[in-house]
Design a protein around this ligand. Structure first.
Ligand code: MOS
Length: 752
């Protein structure tokens, strides 16, 4: 039985009574006014005027401030912790250590089938004993009247450790890497034919190792929590998160509370990128501190704390070998490799998923291995798996194109599959060839000289590169509530999340069209775990379609309730402006409002089809002959993500992902001391994210072809723009210089 069939069997048992069939986008019976329009963000004004309230800005009476004290060893135990001086410091209210911390249950890791239970970055007990598991693990929380007092007192906490030598060297341990039992519920190894044999017999082949470094989360807004307990022992948390209901469930588990006794509120998050999907230590510790001191407590991580307490992207070492016939057809594809994780995260990072679904070969060997190190838990970071996989795979294909003397876009066209290369499933919608063709036309690809070092401007060597973007389409089930009022307004309520991408805007566009209401009559309430939820999170590029499916279900149910009230179904569909019609029905029925709540079903379509977004990344750059400096000078992203709900907010996500991709390819690297297991560059002065001068104008186009199997015809747009970006840059660097860099980031020392 295939993995797909196994998953289907498990899921079928959970299928609710109703599975939505998508006929492609908005119901044809409903006029489409807003979906597809470049509407400005509904919350744009409150954001630019500073009125939008972020986690640390909520006003809570009697608020105390907390600071963390973090371990400076990577393994061992606390021999003694002396807080007496800190306790006597001005303004100090209390100090939490493992000796007085309230008991908390271990947090859960992700279970693929139970995303609604939420997830933690690590499943270690949080400050419950003297053991130390990573450099940066919180060992104390100091609570004081002001932040400055807490910070000062934190510097007075004295910790003595019994240190052990940590297992922190990937290079030393990678030979002992093991195949994990599964990767996010999928088999860790996929094999067809005899890939090594086919490779050795191929007319032309490449076989190389690619390395990607650790990266750390650096959203503009650092992680922050305000926790307050009420007199009945219920917990309210203001948090910067991508997953209000997930955090609610994890906190309920840890503090042994019924979920409805925990409320998590997050109207805005200042960026998250996966770093605020799992819950990290600071959140339960803030709640524990609030419990201990009997006051609401605010805990904002410093930039350095984010590096130490919150995980980032793990490193990878990947072998990619591709063998082809003389005509360019792939006959062998090997994509294997190793990543690092920890025993307390068990997250191998799914780089082996991309090669399963992108390019076909009769003989394939795909697998991944993992080593456990004593570090902060690695975690989700924009396009986890796919970012590192597309660097290796799409670099290798460029190398093969060079060997074959075939244009790299033509080589991909020759190998475009009819069906999913490993599952054999039909594609729900795949227009990659078109995305390449349109991109090539607009970028002027035909003018590129394939010969390396053939273009220069004085000391600057100029090159162009291209690579494929790929990210799976996912959809998770959950509930939505819709209420219409006799004043002709509608309110949609979902425990959805906003981290900067425009959640409320896209959902109001959809709800207005779905209801047939003018857009200014529709409001959207989200970011609060008391609202209808399920498995909705701003994660895995899944939220827009997931929430839309639930809203569709709720509106259908509301519609049925209205039919019962009016006994005249035609009345509901006749009018241009249903807002007035609904108001009149409610008025005649003597009702102020009518509401309906319903859930979307399990996403059977993502199990039945090979469902993903695609794209072609085009990069032009120049490399200075003497200094090795790389400047990206021109970029075009040509995407195929189904229907685009809002061209303005989508383009912003595409550009943001490409900016992050430029940083990941050229500058970002978490420098890790393998002897001590300590991150050595925990600041934006030493961990370089792109600034304005690093980023050229980014041109973005898209096919806008609706996916018949996705709500609204839309697949996600949040993560795909980062994929393929590093390979496009590495391929352009090769075209400019003739140097093939297989080790990110592409810093000048590697080019000299
Ligand atoms: Mo994403 S890495 O699921 O925010």
């Amino acid at each position: 039985m295939s993995t797909l069939q196994k998953v289907m069997q498990t899921v079928v048992r959970y299928v609710p009574d109703r599975v939505i069939q998508y006929v492609g986008g908005v119901d044809p019976a409903i006029e489409q006014h807003y979906v597809g329009e470049p509407l400005p963000r509904v919350d744009g004004q409150v954001k630019v005027t500073g009125e939008a309230t972020f986690a640390a800005e909520h006003k809570v009476d009697g608020l105390a401030c907390a600071r963390l004290v973090c371990s400076t060893i990577a393994k061992g135990r606390i021999a003694a912790i002396d807080t007496s001086e800190a306790q006597r410091a001005p303004g100090v209210i209390g100090v939490v250590t493992h000796e007085n911390n309230p008991r908390m249950a271990r947090p859960p890791l992700l279970e693929v089938q139970h995303l609604d239970r939420g997830l933690a970055g690590s499943d270690l007990p949080v400050m419950q004993d003297a053991e130390v598991h990573w450099d940066g693990e919180p060992v104390a929380v100091v609570v004081a009247e002001t932040l400055e007092q807490a910070e000062h007192a934190a510097s007075l906490v004295r910790v003595r450790y019994d240190a052990e030598r940590p297992q922190a060297s990937f290079d030393e341990l990678k030979a002992q890497a093991e195949v994990p039992p599964d990767v996010l519920g999928q088999d860790s190894e996929v094999k067809t034919g005899d890939a090594e044999k086919a490779l050795s017999e191929a007319a032309v082949s490449v076989d190389n190792v690619y390395r990607t470094p650790r990266q750390s989360h650096n959203a503009i807004e650092p992680h922050a929590t305000i926790a307050a307990w009420d007199d009945d022992g219920a917990l309210t948390v203001f948090e910067s998160t991508q997953f209000v209901s997930g955090y609610q469930h994890v906190l309920a588990t840890m503090f042994d509370l019924a979920p409805e006794r925990v409320r998590v509120i997050c109207p805005f998050a200042g960026g998250a990128f996966g770093g605020k999907w799992a819950i990290w230590n600071h959140t339960p510790l803030c709640a524990a501190a609030a419990k201990l001191v009997g006051r609401p407590v605010k805990l904002v991580l410093s930039r350095e704390d984010v590096f130490r307490v919150v995980g980032g992207r793990t490193l990878s070492e990947q072998r990619v070998a591709v063998g082809a016939n003389e005509d360019g057809r792939f006959i062998a594809l090997i994509h294997t490799g190793t990543t690092a994780t920890t025993t307390h995260a068990r997250y191998p990072e799914q780089f082996s998923f991309t090669p399963r679904h992108l390019w076909p070969a009769d003989n394939m060997a795909i697998s991944q291995r993992v080593v456990n190190l004593d570090t902060v838990a690695n975690t989700w970071m924009r396009a986890p798996g796919e970012w590192m996989a597309t660097f290796a795979l799409e670099s290798a294909i460029d190398e093969l194109a060079h060997e074959l003397k075939i244009d790299p876009i033509e080589l991909r066209r020759i190998n475009e599959p009819e069906k999913d290369p490993t599952t054999g499933a039909d594609f729900s919608s795949r227009n990659l060839v078109e995305a390449y063709a349109r991109g090539a036309e607009r970028f002027g690809w035909s003018q590129r000289n394939p010969r390396p070092r053939s273009q220069r401007d004085g000391k600057w060597l100029i090159g162009q590169g291209v690579a494929t973007a790929y990210y799976p389409a996912l959809r998770f089930p959950g509930a939505a509530r819709v209420r219409v009022s006799s004043d002709g307004s509608a309110l949609v309520q979902v425990a959805a999340n906003e981290m900067g991408m425009g959640t409320a805007t896209a959902q109001i566009q959809h709800a207005a069209d779905r209801l047939g209401f003018p857009i200014d009559k529709v409001s959207f309430e989200y970011g609060d775990s008391t609202l209808p939820s399920g498995q909705f999170s701003a994660g895995a590029s899944s939220q827009t379609a997931s929430v839309a499916a639930a809203v569709e279900a709720a509106v259908e149910k509301l519609h049925k309730k209205l039919v019962k009230l009016t006994h005249d179904e035609d009345e509901l569909t006749r009018a241009d402006d249903r807002s007035a019609t609904y108001a009149s029905i409610l008025e005649r029925a003597g009702r102020d409002a009518l509401e309906a709540e319903d859930s979307s079903g399990i996403a059977i379509e993502i199990l039945k089809y090979s469902m993903a977004s695609y794209g072609a990344q085009f990069c032009e750059l120049r490399v200075h002959e003497d200094t090795g400096e790389v400047q990206v000078t021109r970029w075009l992203g040509s995407f195929d993500c189904g229907r685009i709900i809002n061209p303005r907010t989508a383009a912003s996500q595409f550009r943001g992902g490409i900016v992050m991709g430029i940083g990941a390819a050229l500058t970002e690297e978490t420098v890790f001391d393998e002897r001590r297991g300590r991150i050595m560059n925990p600041s934006l002065a030493e961990y370089h994210v792109p600034v304005h001068l690093d980023v050229p104008h980014i041109d973005v186009i898209y096919t806008d072809i609706p996916d018949q199997h996705s709500p609204l015809g839309a697949r996600g747009v949040g993560e795909i723009p980062m994929t393929g970006s590093a390979a496009a840059i590495a391929n352009a660097v090769f075209n400019a210089t003739g140097k093939r860099i297989r080790d990110l980031p592409i810093t000048l020392d590697k080019l000299l």
